[in-house]
Design a protein around this ligand. Structure first.
Ligand code: PLP
Length: 431
């Protein structure tokens, strides 16, 4: 099946993998059509099995920041692999990655490495509950923290496209009521009044799973004050923003220091990694020091830590300045195109991310985010794809411009967007 097309592969995949994919958004369910099957990737591009090269703004949903197949990361992984792929004993790379994270992230003395963002948030919550001796968890509507049971209530990302899932109600079949009974879901960008039953408040400090929604002025500061008042822990879920919004994540950017932080994506250089960290006094409650159990056969994996270390080494001050300029160039270019074509689309940037909202005004919370015109987004998405640009196949995702997206590549994206926006609007008129 060497010359097989995307359609052939999708059919073949659907026979052995539910929906043909290993993560729902990849199935193109909300935009329609057939996903492209990636054969290889290089810098800002992915090439599919039909030999079609696309400018990639998905970048593994943020796990890739320096571009695909960056030589420094590839070399680090190859070198590590020659020394063995997993041991079940500690390694020096784990220590160095933890040191790099602790040095960069405000309020982090100690770090525990895991293998995904989901594990990081799940473990941080268990730790917060163990530390405070309380059960209640507060999360915000439209924030996505991975797919562990207690966090699947009014979650963003592709969970937003499933029915149900209101406050304290499971957002997925298979999650028992009991698992979310102690989860309170509140509107983003509103500082709540807490009480002393709350173990933790978990928040995306720049929300990037209901489109892009930056924190309103005073929101994160207010959360920190309110958490301190009632003795709850504030958890910043920086799985997307960590080492992207700034080296020290959104915490460094906003000047608000959480009690615990969760990380993933960038710190693994594209290999499976997550982490959570915080003050030594809290982290000391984890096994083997304390009573909160948490473990992982592949945690601190040699290949993943090698890739992560290599990625973090590329991220100096100049890199962050470049990321900021690139995100701004993309958002400004798209905004200009949307204005010029009269397309009811809005492009925004925050935390070196770019949001594309199908509506007249960028959302400030999940209620506003859900007014997105998903059909318009789908038409724009396909028009972009036809023009050779891969956006995320879902209206609640964001774009991830990275270090490999040169000005010329961004300008090419904007040029494609000009006709794509016009086409997306025209198609609506025809209907
Ligand atoms: N937290 C946030 C903010 C995320 O965006 C994600 C995934 O996109 C997760 C947690 C879960 O990470 P993973 O998909 O690695 O389990």
């Amino acid at each position: 099946m060497n010359d097989a097309s995307n359609v052939d592969w999708f059919e073949r995949a659907a026979r052995v993998i539910p929906g043909g994919v290993n993560s729902p958004v990849r199935a193109f369910g909300s935009v329609g059509g057939t996903p492209y099957f990636v054969a290889s990737a290089d810098g800002p591009y992915v090439t599919d099995v039909e030999g079609r090269r696309l400018v990639d703004l998905v970048q593994s949903y943020g796990a890739i920041i320096a571009g695909h197949a960056h030589p420094a990361i590839v070399d680090a992984v190859v070198e590590a692999a020659h020394g063995g792929t997993s041991y079940g004993a500690p390694t020096t790379r784990e220590v160095r990655l933890a040191e790099s994270i602790a040095a960069a992230m405000p309020g982090v003395d100690q770090v525990r490495l895991v293998s995904s963002g989901t594990e990081a948030t799940m473990s941080a919550i268990r730790l917060a509950r163990g530390y405070t001796g309380r059960d209640r968890l507060v999360k915000f509507a439209g924030n996505y923290h991975g797919h562990s049971d207690s966090l699947l209530a009014e979650a963003g990302s592709s969970v937003a496209q499933l029915a149900g899932g209101g406050g304290g109600v499971p957002g997925s079949a298979g999650v028992p009521m009991g698992a979310v009974e102690a989860t309170t879901v509140l509107p983003y960008n509103c500082v709540p009044s807490l009480n002393d039953t709350v173990a933790a408040v978990i928040v995306e400090p720049v929300a990037a799973n209901m489109g892009l929604v930056p924190p309103a002025e005073g929101f994160l500061e207010g959360l920190a004050v309110e958490c301190a008042r009632v003795g709850a822990l504030l958890i910043f879920d920086e799985v997307i923003t960590g080492f992207r919004a700034a080296r020290g994540g959104a915490a460094a950017l906003t000047g608000v220091t959480p009690d615990l932080v969760t990380l993933g994506k960038v710190i693994g250089g594209g290999l499976p990694v997550g982490a959570f960290g915080g003050r030594a006094e809290i982290m000391a409650r984890l096994a083997p020091l304390g009573p909160v159990y948490q473990a992982g056969t592949l945690s601190g994996n040699p290949l993943a830590t090698a890739a992560g270390l290599a990625a973090l080494e590329l991220l100096d001050e100049a890199a962050y300045a470049q990321l900021g300029r690139t995100a701004r160039r993309l958002a400004d270019g798209l905004s200009e195109v949307f204005d010029a074509t009269g397309a009811p689309l809005v492009a925004t940037t925050a935390g070196n991310l770019v949001g594309i909202f199908a509506g007249r005004r960028a959302p400030r919370d999940f209620t506003e985010a859900k007014t997105t015109d998903e059909a318009l987004y789908a038409r724009f998405f396909h028009a972009m794809l036809d023009g050779g640009v891969a956006l995320a196949p879902g209206a609640y995702e964001v774009a991830f411009p990275g270090l490999a997206h040169t000005d010329a590549v961004i300008d090419e994206v904007v040029t494609v967007a000009r006709s794509a926006a016009a086409r997306a609007v025209e198609q609506r008129v025809v209907r």
